[in-house]
Design a protein around this ligand. Sequence first.
Ligand code: SAH
Length: 365
Amino acid sequence: MDISYRIKNLIRKESNISIARFMEEVISNDQYGYYNNNDTIGELGDFITSPEISQLFGEMIGLWCADVWYKLNCPKEFILVELGPGKGTLIDDLLRSTKNIPGFHNAIQIHLVEISANLRERQEEILSKYNIPKYWHKSIKNLPDNLPSIYIANEFFDALPINQYIKLKDDWFEITISLNEIDEELCFVYMPVMDKVKTDLENDYDHLTHNSIVEISSKSIEIIKTIGDNIVKNNGAALIIDYGYTDPYSERKATSSTLQAIKNHKFHPILKDIGKADISAHVDFYTLAEAVKVKSINPQITTQGKFLTDIGINIRANLLLEKADIINKKNIYLALDRLTSPNKMGNLFKVLSMFYNKNANQIIL
Ligand code: SAH
């Protein structure tokens, strides 16, 4: 069954659906969702991600993980979780670049949270060369929580569902999706919200101007809290990388929608060709960090450019340059620039990290 048909049927039954429900169906439905299409990620697909741009990215994350493992006092067994591993390139580069660290690979259990059967197959294939126990899960809820855990997630949170609310004059509405009565095509419709929701919106966002849109991702908050709780319970760390914003709503005046669809590396109308274009929203890093602001985890936000430069991406790039031929040299320079320059991915992409080791008595990161 086609995803568009499914959504339209759903709307016929319910008259309209929230943007969150729409995203859940289009992106993460494990049978019909977008990520079960072939070639979604990469030069030939709809969008390209940092690990697909250069091996340097996964290698830097590998260094970060090894450093965290040392700071956790080198546990003999730990869980390395990747949320939404895509083609498996990041975890492959991470594992390859850390294979000479004594004891590190022996301690790893890999747990991959992946909704798409298609991508899971690709991940199984690329990781088959590593003699490390590997497990796949459809939800973070199914992960074991009895060992120190290191979580990584690149461009995972942007795929999680959001609800959108719009302020019109002094009233609030939820932006939902319905069917146009004339041609039965999908369209956005503003719906009145329940009193409780309205009170919450008024309390937190009434300073925003007319036409402002507020985006709330309850799923993201639920996931980050699960990660935070597990880290506090068993020790561990997390690294969340994505495009998004860091300033709180309380410091903004007018806000707009960040919901977007991308097809063949170009913006696409959100309600067209559904299931054939990637749909995502910018990540609200401030709210994610607030949700886990237990003092001991110390969530920190920085930009991708600063994060990669601080770990030493330039040093590693220089090593690769020494061995590269002229074409590869150019590619390395271009990739480095794309990943770190403030006007490319360097500033738009943010990195949220957290760390906790109850045996260390101090925050080290
Ligand atoms: N991290 C990869 C892929 C990013 S694309 C990279 O950087 O290249 C988003 C990934 O998250 C895909 O693997 C997709 O199938 C997965 N995904 C999206 N929503 C998900 C959900 N709700 N649960 C589990 N995986 C999900």
